[in-house]
Write a protein that binds this ligand. Sequence first.
Ligand SMILES: NC(=O)c1ccc[n+]([C@@H]2O[C@H](COP(=O)([O-])OP(=O)(O)OC[C@H]3O[C@@H](n4cnc5c(N)ncnc54)[C@H](OP(=O)(O)O)[C@@H]3O)[C@@H](O)[C@H]2O)c1
Length: 186
Amino acid sequence: MSQKPLRVISAADVNLGIGKCGTVPWELPNEFRYFFSKITAVSAPGRKNLVIWGRGSAVKDCPSLPNCYGVVLSRTLSSVPENANYLCRDLPSALVLCSLPPLSEEVETIWVIGGVKPYAEAMKHPNCDRIYLSNIMAQFNCDTFFPEFDRETFRLVNEFPGVPSEIQEENGIKYKFQVFQKVSKQ
Ligand SMILES: NC(=O)c1ccc[n+]([C@@H]2O[C@H](COP(=O)([O-])OP(=O)(O)OC[C@H]3O[C@@H](n4cnc5c(N)ncnc54)[C@H](OP(=O)(O)O)[C@@H]3O)[C@@H](O)[C@H]2O)c1
């Protein structure tokens, strides 16, 4: 099984709402740019990240992600969607991809970008060391919610390198970038 860092990234409102009617219910271009920059960041040319999403969480209007292999989770699809490279039946199968060549050589970081079940499973995985959870400081009428996670195991970091700590505002909506780091066991 892969020992690469497994990270979760999301944006949620004050009630941990993340989606409504199959979409994200806010328009925050800079927050999206932050998300995009995190999942596509690699340390050197030729390196890649593995980005995993459930069938309902593809990155909107994005035919492919630079520096990334995309994995869609689905038990009903029979072929790989255009914006992805792999189709897997479950999260463990997606993680196995990274333990085999050529991905074992190329992939640096595994990102889970939604939805609820992939987030929940990823956060329980031993290799999950970090949760990037933007805090949208407003209430939307969401129908999909970020899963609860153990805030003793994952602790909010006050200042995280590469993550602006000041409150952001776009389209009249305030939000904060937040990072929760897994506390290492002694
Ligand atoms: N705010 C944010 O940061 C954010 C991020 C991501 C998504 N969202 C929003 O969240 C909503 C979508 O999330 P969602 O939880 O409803 O759906 P989802 O997880 O994106 O997609 C659900 C489908 O994906 C497949 N799937 C999910 N988990 C799986 C697993 N562990 N193993 C195998 N297949 C799996 C299944 O497809 P099959 O039925 O084909 O088997 C399932 O029906 C949308 O509103 C989206 O815009 C928001």
